[in-house]
Design a binder for this molecule. Structure first.
Ligand code: DX5
Ligand code: ZN
Length: 220
């Protein structure tokens, strides 16, 4: 089954705890938490102290997406806040490699991600060490952007690597995911769908999550 990770970026932040419970009840698999620093990306969101506040609202894994410069400086904080997966951007440079080592040493699952304009070759050196590859299908920084279909070959390429080398590798996609683009991504080999706008604006989040879980290579 395809895993569904609602992005809390699109929730009502005045009710972050209740919204975390809502996605849990709707059948989500992971809670996707977008951390932005106003440097690596133009926007600022929240950090480890806020994540810590909602940790006891669900038993679902916390999937932290760190859109920050120098992510290695903050790995301990996100581990201590209760994150189960921590993903860093290859665009963060040398700090991304240090961060991946720190994440693994903490016993937490590590992910690497890249923006649409960054070539897939840039993450290849990380593949033996990570548990997750996050293919960005919009430029990181804001919810509600349009899906970039030219990113689909990246998913196919990582899917091929997964088949050959590591069937446990998760291939996640993030940005502009809705019922239509979700299917395109799972057909290409994605195992996790991150979605903010589509799920939080949905009339029936639980129904969408249930439907999307059935997307995938074995779908009818
Ligand atoms: C964007 C974030 C996404 C964002 C996706 O930088 O990484 O997780 O919330 O939002 P939608 O689903 O609205 O494109
Ligand atoms: Zn994200």
């Amino acid at each position: 089954m395809t895993k569904i990770a609602p992005s809390m970026l699109s929730c009502d932040f005045s009710r972050l705890g209740e919204e975390t419970e809502r996605v849990t009840e709707a059948g989500a698999d992971w809670v996707h938490l977008d951390v932005m620093d106003g440097m690596l990306v133009p926007n600022i969101t929240f950090g480890a102290p806020v994540i810590k506040c909602i940790r006891d609202r669900t038993s679902l894994p916390f999937d932290a997406h760190l859109m920050i410069e120098g992510p290695d400086r903050y790995i301990k904080d996100f581990v201590d806040a209760g994150c189960d997966l921590i993903t860093v951007h290859v665009e963060a440079g040398e700090s991304a490699s240090k961060a991946i080592r720190l994440i693994k040493d903490s016993g937490v699952r590590a992910g690497i991600t890249l923006n649409p304009g960054t070539p897939i070759e840039s993450i290849e050196p990380f593949l033996p060490d990570v548990d997750l590859v996050l293919i960005m299908t919009v430029n990181a920084g804001f919810g509600g952007q349009k899906f970039h279909p030219e990113c689909l070959p990246k998913i196919e390429r990582i899917s091929e690597y997964r088949k050959q080398n590591n069937p446990r590798l998760e291939i996640s996609v993030d940005g502009g995911i809705n019922s239509e683009t979700a299917r395109m991504c799972t057909d290409a080999g994605a195992t996790v769908l991150v979605a903010g706008t589509a799920l939080f604006k949905s009339r029936d989040m639980a129904a969408d999550i249930a439907e999307w879980k059935g997307f995938g290579p074995n779908a009818e």
